[in-house]
Design a protein around this ligand. Structure first.
Ligand code: ZN
Length: 277
């Protein structure tokens, strides 16, 4: 049902985009798509490309229906399914997010970023880069407050964040991570009512502790607790995350040495859904 609605609204968006873009003419469209076109290439071909871009962006952000309105701490996978999901919260931030992205790119790793709405507003280019790299984006509220909120405030926190993520990156978020992991302050209930999948974590790097732990401690925290389907909590915003940036290559190398491959949260849930355990 949700998928049907989504697919209808996705089509509407694509059609609206195409209608809008067609009226701008081919030159403008080339610019929007960032591609060079031959003179003979038809408008139809250009429209197909635009549709492909939009569909690809949003397909990688979808999760199987069975996970809508549920709380996920980790993927429940077979013991030999050595996949793990890295997640980064509280960005996008101008320096550390870019550093994290560069490391992920270098190691061919995809991850999931839970973004704060107002940070997307301040640093839209960084948010765009996350989406352009093929990483997944989730909703982490506008203000990142822990206090109890009424339903109107909760709706505002989530909806404004979803809107700016969409306007900035074209991504329709389906994932929500409650700030501080609080599931009882009104935000999680609203997220469930909107069919978000609530993503917690099963492992912490400890990078948000104060004082910040040594790099070697962060690396060890993750490597010693690694297990199939684990969701690892890290941060690319909310303060100086230079130690997270230093730890990340060692975490990736260490997990690879243990035989793990890296998946986004939607990929993790898709694997679990297909295993049917
Ligand atoms: Zn957070």
């Amino acid at each position: 049902m949700f998928h049907q609605k989504l697919s209808v609204s996705l089509k509407f968006i694509v059609i609206t985009l195409i209608a809008g873009v067609s009226s701008l003419g081919i030159t403008k469209l080339d610019y929007l798509l960032g591609v060079k076109q031959s003179k003979n290439e038809s408008i139809k071909a250009t429209q197909d490309k635009l549709m492909a871009v939009s569909l690809t962006t949003n397909q990688i952000n979808q999760v199987p229906n069975k996970f809508h309105s549920t709380v996920v701490y980790q993927g429940k996978l077979k013991a030999n399914e050595k996949v793990i999901a890295l997640t980064f919260d509280d960005g996008p931030s101008p320096k550390n997010t870019a550093q994290v992205l560069a490391i992920l790119q270098k190691h061919h790793v995809k991850a999931t970023f839970f973004m704060i709405g107002q940070m997307v507003k301040y640093f839209p280019q960084v948010a765009k880069q996350v989406a352009a790299d093929g990483d997944v984006i989730g909703n982490h509220t506008w203000h990142h407050s822990y206090r109890h909120v009424d339903v109107v405030t909760a709706a505002n926190e989530l909806n404004t964040t979803a809107d700016i993520i969409y306007q900035t990156t074209g991504v329709k978020t389906t994932l929500f991570r409650p700030p501080g992991g609080f599931l009882n302050n009104g935000l999680a209930d609203y997220a469930k009512s909107q069919k978000y999948t609530l993503i917690m974590w099963s492992e912490v790097s400890g990078d948000a502790e104060r004082p910040s732990p040594q790099v070697s401690k962060m690396v060890n925290n993750v490597l010693k607790n690694a297990k199939p389907g684990a969701i690892v909590l890290m941060h690319d915003g909310g303060g100086n995350r230079s130690r997270t940036v230093q730890a990340l290559p060692q975490i990736i190398d260490g997990l690879k040495a243990q035989g793990y491959r890296f998946v986004t949260i939607p990929e993790l849930l898709e694997i679990q859904a297909q295993e049917k355990i």
